[in-house]
Design a protein around this ligand. Structure first.
Ligand code: DAK
Length: 258
């Protein structure tokens, strides 16, 4: 399938989605949200895809939702905006692991998109922020919740109330990115992580993502109960048998996703 606003490529079990509106710093408009939604849907059905990477073309990852498009929209129109309304939730609930590879700018809806992913790598020089307050709105793609969970109330308040951005190094020390990598190496490093994840037992990867995600959703006892259930489930998979047998036989495992 041909997409207008994103590029989709494959490297073995890893799919790379590149936000591709460099003339607008990859700002998320309705067309991009639609393209991303369709691509994510088709990749979710493809068992040969084990991990995804999301990155941006040109000068950066994504400078947020498209202000040019939003400027003319009423609240009713935004509330009925289809993919543009739901893309952050779609990424946030995605069953396969997603690595975000940031460079340049990850602002507003762009940072919110990154925060919906599971691992965030930022190239040295990336600016991260929630500047919505500068244009008279607040984050609408989960920023007030996910940023607060990631960096705590006080750092989140400073970023959201002032609209000022932080550097990749500041983001890493605040726990907002997994790792800072040298400028220009974000995609390469993200691919290494994605290929490593893709080499693991697929059901275990999926359940690990579910278990970690549930740490943010309920109480600790609920999360521990959920983890135990998922853990026990894995003891009925062929990949668990293979993984442990391979270890004892001192050879690499061959996982089949069963
Ligand atoms: N939207 C549209 N165009 C954008 C854009 C954006 N967010 N950001 C940049 N551009 C465009 C610029 O207009 C410019 O286009 P031309 O003038 O060349 O036609 C081009 O990209 C290059 O930008 P600059 O010339 O400004 O480049 P600089 O390097 O000087 O500055 C910048 C880069 C990133 C600091 C600056 O462009 C900037 O401040 N951009 C706006 C950042 C921002 O405010 N982002 C937050 C947008 S609000 C929702 C969920 C989420 C959201 C909304 C709803 N629902 C679920 C309903 C999210 C909202 C937002 O993200």
């Amino acid at each position: 399938m041909e997409y207008q606003t994103i590029a989709l490529s494959r490297e073995g079990p890893v799919a790379v989605l590149t936000l591709n509106r460099p003339e607008a710093l990859n700002a998320m408009n309705s067309a991009m949200a639609r393209d991303l939604t369709q691509a994510l849907e088709s990749l979710s059905k493809d068992d040969s895809v084990r991990c995804l990477v999301i990155t941006g073309s040109g000068k950066g990852f994504c400078a947020g939702a498209d202000i040019r498009e939003m400027a003319g929209m009423s609240s009713t129109e935004v509330a009925r905006a289809g993919s543009l309304l739901s893309i952050w939730e779609t990424v946030g609930k995605y069953p396969k692991p997603i690595v975000a590879a940031l460079s340049g700018f990850a602002l507003g809806g762009g940072l919110e998109l990154a925060m919906c992913c599971d691992i965030i790598l930022a190239a040295q020089g990336t600016k991260l922020g929630q500047p919505e307050i500068n244009i008279g709105i607040i984050p609408g793609g989960g920023g007030t919740q996910r940023l607060t969970r990631a960096v705590g109330r006080y750092k989140a308040m400073e970023m959201i109330l002032t609209g000022s951005s932080i550097t990749a190094d500041e983001a890493a020390s605040a726990g907002l990115v997994s790792r800072v990598v040298p400028a220009g190496q974000h995609l390469q490093e993200a691919m290494k992580i994605a290929q490593t994840i893709a080499s693991k037992a697929p059901i275990a990867v999926r359940l690990a993502k579910q278990a970690v995600s549930s740490a943010e959703e309920g109480t600790l006892p609920d999360g521990l109960k959920h983890e135990k259930q998922l853990f026990l489930l894995l003891f009925s998979t062929k990949d668990k048998e293979e993984g442990m047998k391979a270890f004892l036989e001192k050879r690499p495992p061959v996982f089949t996703g069963e």
